[in-house]
Design a protein around this ligand. Structure first.
Ligand SMILES: [Fe+2]
Ligand SMILES: [Fe+2]
Length: 296
C-alpha cells in the first residue's frame, strides 16, 4: 500500500490552487491508495471540498483533518462580539462537509485499511515548545496574549473553542481535549488484534525535534503556537505507531524519534517558496509512506 500526504495547501492563494492540480497529477503518476491532507487548506468550505475532490480523482481514499486555519470563522471576529463555537465547526460542520464529498474525516473516526489504522486529531498548542528564556528576558511577554508587539497570531481573532458554559477555553485546555481524544483512539487501535500498524496524523507538531528554532525573537515567541509535547508523549506510548505526519509549520521537517518516522511536508505560502522550482515542490511537498502490510 502506498500513501501520499500533503499539508498547508493554503488554497486562498491562486498560485497554490494551481499547484494542487500539479500535486494531484504527481500523485496520480506515482500512484497512491490513500491521500492524507493534514490541514490548513482554507477557512472556506468550497475550497476544502475542492481539494478533497481533486485528490479523490487520483486515489481511492482521501483522509482529511482540519488545520487551525480551516477552523477560522472569519465573518465573526472573536474580539468583536458573539463567538461562534469552534468545536461545532471541528466536530460537526466539517465532518458533514468532508463526508458529503466522499472524504474520510479523521477527527470523527479512525480510518482502517486492512491491518493499518490511521488515527488523527488536529491537536492544539499549549506553549510547551517555546524556550524558557523568552519570559526570563521579557516578563511582559505572555503567550495567552497571542501577540508579539504589532504581530498578532491570527487564531486570536478567528478561533473560539467554548466551554459548556459558553466561556472561552484556554489554548492548553483545548490541547488537553485534543490529546485525550487521540489517546483514546490509539488505545482502541492498540487493543485491536486486527491492527498491526498505526499511522498518526496531527495538524500541529507533536515533538520539539521537528519544531524549527532560530534562537531569536520574535520567531521563538511564536514557537509557543506550534504544538504540544504531550501530543508526542501520547504518540510514543502506542507501540503500533510507526509514522507520525504533521502540518502547521511551513518549514519542512523529517526526523526519526524513538524509531518512529516523523515528518511534515507543508506547501506553505507562495512567498515562502520563492525560487523553488516546480520539480522541487513536487519532490519535497508530498510525503510518501510505503507499507508491505496493510492491505486495502
Ligand atoms: Fe499553515
Ligand atoms: Fe496551521
Amino acid at each position: 500500500m502506498r500513501i501520499a500526504s500533503v499539508s498547508d495547501l493554503h488554497t486562498d492563494h491562486p498560485a497554490n490552487r494551481e499547484l494542487v492540480v500539479s500535486i494531484a497529477a504527481e500523485i496520480h503518476r506515482r500512484g497512491a491508495d490513500l491521500v492524507i491532507v493534514a490541514g490548513d487548506v482554507s477557512h472556506r468550505d468550497d475550497r476544502i471540498e475542492r481539494v478533497i475532490r481533486a485528490f479523490l480523482e487520483v486515489a481511492d481514499r482521501v483522509a482529511y483533518l482540519p488545520g487551525n486555519h480551516d477552523l477560522w470563522s472569519v465573518d465573526a471576529k472573536v474580539e468583536e462580539g458573539p463567538k461562534p463555537d469552534t468545536w461545532l465547526r471541528y466536530r460537526e460542520h466539517l465532518r458533514t462537509l468532508v463526508e458529503g464529498v466522499g472524504g474520510h474525516y479523521l477527527p470523527g473516526a479512525p480510518l482502517r485499511m486492512g491491518s493499518l489504522g490511521i488515527v488523527g486529531s488536529t491537536g492544539w498548542y499549549d506553549y510547551s515548545f517555546a524556550p524558557s528564556w523568552i519570559q526570563e528576558r521579557d516578563s511582559s511577554l505572555r503567550f495567552e496574549d497571542r501577540r508579539f508587539g504589532p504581530v498578532v497570531w491570527s487564531d486570536r481573532r478567528y478561533i473560539s473553542f467554548l466551554r459548556a458554559d459558553g466561556t472561552l477555553m484556554t489554548d492548553p485546555e483545548v490541547a488537553r481535549v485534543m490529546e485525550d481524544e487521540l489517546a483514546s483512539e490509539l488505545a482502541v487501535m492498540d487493543a485491536d488484534p486486527q491492527i498491526e500498524e498505526v499511522l498518526v496524523v496531527t495538524h500541529v507538531q507533536p515533538f520539539d525535534e521537528v519544531v524549527y528554532h532560530t534562537g531569536r525573537l520574535p520567531w521563538e515567541y511564536f514557537t509557543a503556537f506550534m504544538g504540544s509535547r504531550r501530543l508526542g508523549e501520547i504518540i510514543l506510548s502506542s507501540p503500533k505507531v510507526r509514522t507520525a505526519i504533521h502540518g502547521h509549520s511551513h518549514v519542512l521537517r523529517s526526523e526519526v524519534i524513538a524509531g518512529r518516522r516523523v515528518y511534515g511536508t507543508a506547501l506553505g505560502y507562495p512567498r515562502e517558496r520563492r525560487g523553488v522550482a516546480l520539480e522541487e515542490v513536487l519532490r519535497t511537498r508530498i510525503g510518501w509512506v510505503e507499507l508491505a502490510t496493510g492491505g486495502s
